[in-house]
Design a protein around this ligand. Structure first.
Ligand SMILES: O=C[C@H](O)COP(=O)(O)O
Length: 250
């Protein structure tokens, strides 16, 4: 499982860089603009320059409206700024067809510019609270639009968590559908260490976190701490070993 960490700017990205050996992807966002809030192009560029070259930089394009042209242009902006993972939160899409239309535009805009870029179609585990597409529709949306991964995060960061909205077995189904479609499955949403056993067991490819690696577990007031990134990775590695041992014994 890959570890994606979301700093809110250059200063926190430098803290991530101190823990670079423990993480896999640095994900640029602007949490005060929403769960997948987009940051400025110059921030993405500066963070790209600040983290080791072998660590991919991801950028969120925002909690986007159903405006395919606008979103495609924003996605290209993230790619031009140096992000190679482009994450789109399909906040304003109420049907799978709308979501596919948005993601097709993103895939074309990004991959025409950079064919090896990795496009992530993200829905929301708490979709029922905001009226957007059903979480389990994401793998098919990602597949039909030519995206590379399907993701779930939570839209409303009020302390409720991924499994509060999409229980572990439904997350397992999400991962299964993504894999069946040839995609990676990414999960996030106030994930904590205690969730890692389940996320490992169901075959999650990428886990995205912020709050869990911030001081006091507070994604807003706390700052990302390199030692918490290291601790989180240690727990991931422990669960991976235990899971492999269980499989080997069965
Ligand atoms: O993409 C990952 C998100 O930033 C997760 O943030 P969170 O762990 O605070 O919910």
């Amino acid at each position: 499982m890959l570890l994606l960490i979301s700093p809110d700017g250059v200063e926190e990205a430098l803290e991530c860089a101190k823990a670079a050996e423990h993480l896999d992807i640095v994900d640029v966002k602007k949490p005060d603009e929403g769960s997948l809030g987009a940051n400025f192009p110059w921030v993405i560029r500066e963070i790209r320059g600040a983290v080791p070259a072998d660590k991919p930089v991801s950028a969120t394009v925002g909690d986007v409206p159903f405006k395919p042209g606008t979103v495609a242009q924003a996605a290209l902006g993230a790619a031009v700024s140096g992000a190679t993972y482009i994450k789109v939160g399909l906040y304003g899409c109420t049907t799978p067809d709308q979501a596919i239309e948005v993601m097709r535009g993103v895939v074309r805009a990004v991959k025409d510019y950079r064919p090896d870029a990795f496009v992530v179609a993200s829905g929301y585990a708490d979709a029922h609270r905001i009226g957007c597409v059903n979480p389990l529709a994401l793998p098919d949306i990602a597949r039909r639009s030519g995206s590379d991964a399907a993701m779930l995060d939570t839209a409303i960061k009020d302390g409720t968590r991924l499994f509060d909205h999409v229980p572990p077995e439904a997350c397992g189904e999400f991962v299964r559908l993504a894999h069946e479609a040839g995609l990676l499955a990414a999960l996030a949403g106030s994930v904590k260490s205690a969730d890692l056993a389940t996320l490992t067991r169901i075959g999650t490819d990428i886990v995205g976190v912020r709050g869990a690696v911030c001081e006091g577990g507070d994604r807003n007031k706390g700052r990302i701490q390199p030692r918490l990134v290291a601790d989180f990775r240690a727990e991931m590695d422990r669960h991976a070993r235990e899971h492999a041992a269980t499989l080997a014994a069965s």
